[in-house]
Design a protein around this ligand. Structure first.
Ligand code: 4NP
Length: 155
């Protein structure tokens, strides 16, 4: 059965769609399923932010066909690994957890490269365009580390 990984941010239009696209590009599709969701409900059904689509395209990834959805409690059972972008996403997701197993699936994504430091992926939504380049770089480094770990463990 495929290993399932969920990327979570607030809106599911800026950071987590990038994280989904980047990680999916580093893993074989027959063994891994990568998805993303937002803790908020504003962007359900929306395409990713055009600035995220553009920075992905610059890096040869097409994330334009993704659609926003909201994180839900059943995601804890449907996914094996849940990566959140910042500490506020972490708190919002953990609030919906029902069991210690649910809680154990959730990690802050940058802890993959800065263990135990709980560094946030900054929300680029209200910032300048180069915020998206910075976010892309952080996520690419974290996803490279996640992919190596997952391939080592599951492939
Ligand atoms: P994201 O950024 O969490 O990286 O998708 C945001 C996008 C939109 C909003 C908040 C964060 N918003 O409030 O609409």
């Amino acid at each position: 059965m495929a290993v399932k990984i969920l990327m979570v941010c607030l809106g599911n239009i800026c950071r987590s769609p990038l994280a989904e696209g980047i990680l999916a590009s580093k893993l074989p599709k027959n063994k891994f399923i990568v998805d993303s969701a937002g803790t908020g409900s504003w962007h359900i059904g929306h395409s990713p932010d055009k600035r995220s689509i553009a920075v992905a395209q610059k890096n040869k990834l097409d994330i334009s066909k993704q659609k926003g959805r909201q994180f839900k409690t059943s995601d804890f059972d449907n996914f094996d690994y849940i990566y959140v972008m910042d500490s506020s996403n972490y708190n919002d997701v953990i609030e919906l957890a029902k069991t210690p197993e649910h809680i154990a699936k959730v990690n802050m994504i940058l802890n993959e490269i800065f263990p135990n430091e709980n560094v946030d992926v900054p929300d680029p939504y209200y910032g300048a365009n180069n915020g998206f380049d910075l976010v892309y770089k952080m996520l690419d480094e974290a996803c490279e580390s996640i992919a190596l770990k997952l391939l080592n463990k599951h492939a």
